[in-house]
Design a protein around this ligand. Structure first.
Ligand code: HEC
Length: 510
């Protein structure tokens, strides 16, 4: 008789008590150990990261010890390899431009391998391959990003300690199917965890504090933000659309079981950046995103407001991106605990509350735009602007059946297929634009860097000059930060992205 027993055991080095994979024993009556294999369990796609999370690797293990170069090990590695980095201090930027590499820190007696940028280096890890895992590192004193993903699918970023790492702490940009969990981040000038233009991502059990934005879900779809602790940021958890990016929507997001406490940090975002407009004291912000569920969170002590639901006009002119629908639709506010919010409202909210002869800000404020929104037990909250909300229906009461937004099968790797040299170049350029430049540039809108429209006006039909600039940028604008060099991109890619940028429009193709 054939018999398959399946049960779940932890595999992987950073399991932290969670269950990531399965042992599958097969064979009728024979010694079950004969056919032991470790595999991601397709039946257990939820809660464990689905196709992600198992660190069962097939390739060579490379060891990096204090005084050696992590980059040298990456350069020597091939798909399937594990790079084990031992405790020590490493002053480098690690570029991972190949796929299926596991970067694993070896933690001994509480000592982490530490990447220290000494406030001179921009980035600690930049990856552009698929199936990349980065775990168990301490990352400090960088100027740009702690970990940035540039169009890589199937990523796992977990159990890292990231402090004072620049503009973004963990920033997968334009990736599909990812897990960001058990990281601790602080002192980040923009977003500690920034999920940008990505799909099918779980952000779980992270601690984010002393940053401008704790967790951002931006122009991304199918995201689960669960079990995180966001405190003492300017804004705790933000789900929104940034206008002018090539992906035009944010929808299907569950924000569940989080602690969002005392996010009253003074805003120290780069002047002119979108986050620099977040009022201090904002617990959660839902801006222009659709189908967002807010469930079972504890939101307290946020001095401006606990939860703000608003349209895009709260950061920018609605007309700045006619391709983005500016309103938050179908937002569901389920069971949550909110108290002691709004003790010191500022800016527009303060003015709004004064029109109601109130000096306190609310637990929940909705500025009125959008349709078909609902709230459960709305009378529990001090709220403003929920007049158009209906009571959530029984079939909308819980998201418990959804355990993960990640895919049960890995996302397909990115393949460049084109009939002509020109077509090929266009795809390379587009991928670099989506995966790299849109972290700081948008069409017609200022982000960290100037709008693409302004760049088009300057460089018009001189892509070569643009390509030269990004390899070695010089300071041009007084009121902007410096642009970090993009010289790790190949010359071919730099020219391709320059040509792409000079001809792109604001239209979404996806
Ligand atoms: C980390 C943020 C960041 C990233 C990523 C970034 N830029 Fe920039 N970029 C900036 C900033 C900030 C400026 C303004 C610099 C200044 O005026 O001194 C800028 C300016 C520029 C300019 C204007 C130069 C001029 O002559 O005025 C160009 C062109 C440009 N970036 C292209 C790119 C391209 C192409 C990419 C992607 C490969 C890219 N940038 C990625 C931040 C960034």
């Amino acid at each position: 008789m054939e018999r398959h027993l399946k049960w779940i055991v932890p595999v992987g080095t950073a399991a932290l008590g969670l269950l990531f994979g399965a042992l599958i024993f097969g064979g009728g009556g024979s010694d079950p150990h004969e056919e032991v294999m470790v595999a991601a369990n397709p039946l257990f796609s939820g809660g464990a990261g689905g196709s992600l999370g198992s660190t069962a690797a097939t390739g060579t293990r490379h060891e990096v010890h204090n005084g050696e170069s992590i980059q040298a090990a990456v350069t020597a590695a091939s798909a399937g390899d594990v790079i084990a980095v031992y405790p020590g201090t490493y002053h480098e930027t690690v570029y991972i431009d190949k796929s299926s590499i596991t970067m694993t820190g070896v933690i001994r007696e509480g000592k982490y391998p530490t990447l220290d940028g000494e406030k001179k280096l921009n980035d600690a890890f930049l990856y552009s391959g698929d199936n990349i895992t980065i775990e168990n590192f301490k990352i400090i004193n960088y100027k740009g990003n702690g970990v940035m993903g540039q169009a890589g699918n199937n990523f796992v970023i977990r159990n890292n300690l990231i402090h004072d790492a620049g503009v973004y702490g963990i920033f997968p940009e334009f990736g599909k199917n990812g897990l960001v969990e058990h990281n601790v981040l602080s002192g980040i000038e923009d977003a500690a965890i920034y999920i940008g233009m990505s799909d099918n991502v779980d952000v779980r059990h992270n601690k984010v504090y002393d940053s401008v934005a704790g967790i951002e879900i931006e122009n991304s779809r199918h995201a689960l933000v669960e079990g995180n602790y966001a405190y003492n940021n300017t804004g705790g958890i933000l789900v929104f659309i940034t206008p002018g990016l090539p992906i035009k929507t944010t929808y299907d997001v569950i924000v569940r079981n989080n602690f969002v406490l005392n996010n009253n940090h003074e805003n120290f975002g780069a002047p002119g950046s979108i986050v620099s407009g977040i009022p201090a004291g904002t617990g959660m912000l839902i801006m222009a995103a659709d189908d967002v569920v807010i469930e079972n969170n504890i939101i307290a002590g946020n001095d401006n407001a606990g939860l703000i639901v608003t349209d895009i006009s709260s950061v920018t002119n609605v007309a700045s991106d006619p391709e983005s629908e500016p309103n938050p639709d179908r937002v569901r506010i389920l069971e949550n605990v909110m108290f002691s919010n709004g003790n010191n409202p500022i800016g527009e909210l303060k003015a709004l509350m004064l029109t109601q002869l109130e000096t306190k800000g609310p637990d929940i404020v909705d500025t009125g735009a959008g349709s078909d929104k609902c709230v459960m037990n709305g009378a529990r909250y001090r709220s403003f602007g929920l007049g158009s909300y209906r009571v959530c229906r029984a079939d909308e009461f819980s998201t418990a059946s959804i355990v993960s937004m990640t895919l049960s099968e890995p996302a397909e790797p990115f393949v460049i297929a084109a009939d002509t040299q020109e077509g090929y170049e266009r795809i390379v350029g587009e991928r670099a634009y989506y995966g790299v430049c849109t972290g700081c540039h948008a069409y017609g809108v200022r982000l960290i860097g100037p709008p693409i429209t302004e760049i088009q006006a300057i460089y018009e039909d001189n892509p070569e000059a643009l390509a030269d600039y990004i390899a070695d940028p010089v300071k041009v604008r007084e009121n902007f930060p410096e642009m970090p060099p993009q010289d790790y991109l190949s010359e071919e890619t730099r020219l391709a992205v320059a040509k792409y940028i000079l001809t792109t429009t604001n239209t979404d193709k996806r």
